[in-house]
Every structure is written in structure tokens, then in C-alpha cells.
Design a binder for this molecule. Structure first.
Ligand SMILES: Nc1ncnc2c1ncn2[C@@H]1O[C@H](COP(=O)(O)OP(=O)(O)OP(=O)(O)O)[C@@H](O)[C@H]1O
Ligand SMILES: [Mg+2]
Length: 187
């Protein structure tokens, strides 16, 4: 797995220091080492791609960095704050405020419209409904979906679903946007 710093820089940002990050899975008495002493420093505004073969641990790494899973060992400091020892309650607030996550498979809520899916992080943050609706409409417009606001995921194309997932990840302008592969059209 190779982190490669890309030339582009974005307006969003956080200082992230990853050190000794290790993830092992134990299955039937066998230990599978997926991440082994990963070291990575990100400065605010950095854009980094993580490249590697299927099964090498890219999604595992992003899930841990996105605080959706815990490492077996190691440290992640986010603007100086250690994430791996935060309580689940603080972590839930931190994740909602600071992190946008585009999953490898979009994980949209099927019974809600595109607009409602994108409003969800704002409503969790107790932003008033009218404001959340405006924020979600704006960001859906930026990904080219202003004419699909009332469509449910099953009524959208595959890449449109991924664009809704991207809008949902960006609606609160997160300090760190994590995007797993397969989320953007190859063509
Ligand atoms: N819960 C689990 N228990 C045991 N092994 C797991 C678990 N989750 C993932 N793995 C294994 O860890 C390895 C890394 O998985 P991961 O999903 O991070 O790979 P990836 O690099 O994202 O691959 P892809 O490019 O195919 O998406 C895989 O070999 C997978 O089988
Ligand atoms: Mg993956």
C-alpha cells in the first residue's frame, strides 16, 4: 500500500499524524496482518491517494482513519487529539463534525430521497430543517443533481448514487474527506 501525495491542495484541512498503525484480524486461530506499522503525516489541505492491490488494506485503513473501526495498535492524532482512545460518544460527535466518508459501496438509505439522505448529517448536528434542506440542495447542485432531489437511491443511476454519497460526505464541509475507491466514474 503506497501513500502518494498529489499536487492538488483543497481548502479543507486538518493536521493528522498516524503512527505505528497496525490492524490484525483473528480468524479460526490464524492472525491476518492487514496493516503493519503505517506511518503517515497529513498537513491541512493535503490531498493523498492510497494505492494498492485488492485486499491490501485500503478500505481497512480508511475505515480506521474515519473512526469507523479501531486499530489493533497505533496512534492517530487529529489536530493534536488522539482518536484511538476517545469514548464512543465523543467519537460520534467528532465524526459528524470533522469527517466526511464516501464508502466503497455508497450506503445511502433506500427509503429516503437524495435530498433527505444529504440532509441527514446536518439534522444529526441539530441544524434547523430549512437550513439543512438549503445546504443539501446547494451541494447536490454542485454535484450536478439539482434535478434529482426527490429521487430515491433505487431511482438513480449508479454514478448518481455515488454523487449523492459524495454530497452527503461534503455537506458539513468536513475537515477530512475520505473517499474509498469506486466512487467516481472511470469514464
Ligand atoms: N472483518 C474482517 N475479518 C477478517 N478479515 C478481514 C475483515 N475485513 C477485511 N478483512 C481482510 O482484510 C484484507 C483487507 O481488506 P480491505 O477491504 O481493506 O482491502 P482493500 O485494499 O480495500 O481491497 P479492495 O481494493 O478489493 O477494495 C482483505 O484480505 C480482507 O479479506
Ligand atoms: Mg476496498
Amino acid at each position: 500500500m503506497t501513500p502518494a501525495t498529489a499536487p492538488g491542495r483543497s481548502a479543507i484541512g486538518a493536521r493528522v499524524e498516524i503512527s505505528g498503525l497496525t490492524k490484525e484480524y483473528r480468524l479460526g486461530g490464524v492472525t491476518l496482518q492487514v496493516l503493519s506499522d503505517v506511518e503517515l503525516s497529513l498537513a491541512p489541505g493535503d490531498m493523498v491517494s492510497v494505492v494498492g492491490a485488492s485486499g491490501v488494506g485500503k478500505s481497512t485503513f480508511l475505515q480506521i482513519l474515519g473512526t469507523l473501526d479501531l486499530p489493533s495498535r497505533g496512534s492517530i492524532r487529529f489536530d493534536g487529539e488522539e482518536l484511538t482512545t476517545m469514548t464512543p460518544e465523543r467519537l460520534a460527535v467528532f465524526r459528524n463534525r470533522k469527517i466526511g466518508f464516501v464508502f466503497q459501496f455508497h450506503h445511502l438509505l433506500p427509503e429516503f430521497t437524495a435530498l433527505e439522505n444529504v440532509m441527514m448529517p446536518a439534522l444529526i448536528q441539530r441544524i434547523p430543517k430549512a437550513t439543512a434542506r438549503r445546504m443539501a440542495g446547494d451541494i447536490l447542485g454542485r454535484v450536478g443533481l439539482s434535478k434529482r432531489l426527490t429521487h430515491k437511491p433505487s431511482q438513480l443511476s449508479g454514478v448518481e448514487q455515488q454523487r449523492v454519497a459524495l454530497a452527503r460526505a461534503m455537506v458539513l464541509e468536513p475537515a477530512l474527506l475520505l473517499a474509498d475507491e469506486n466512487w467516481w466514474p472511470a469514464r
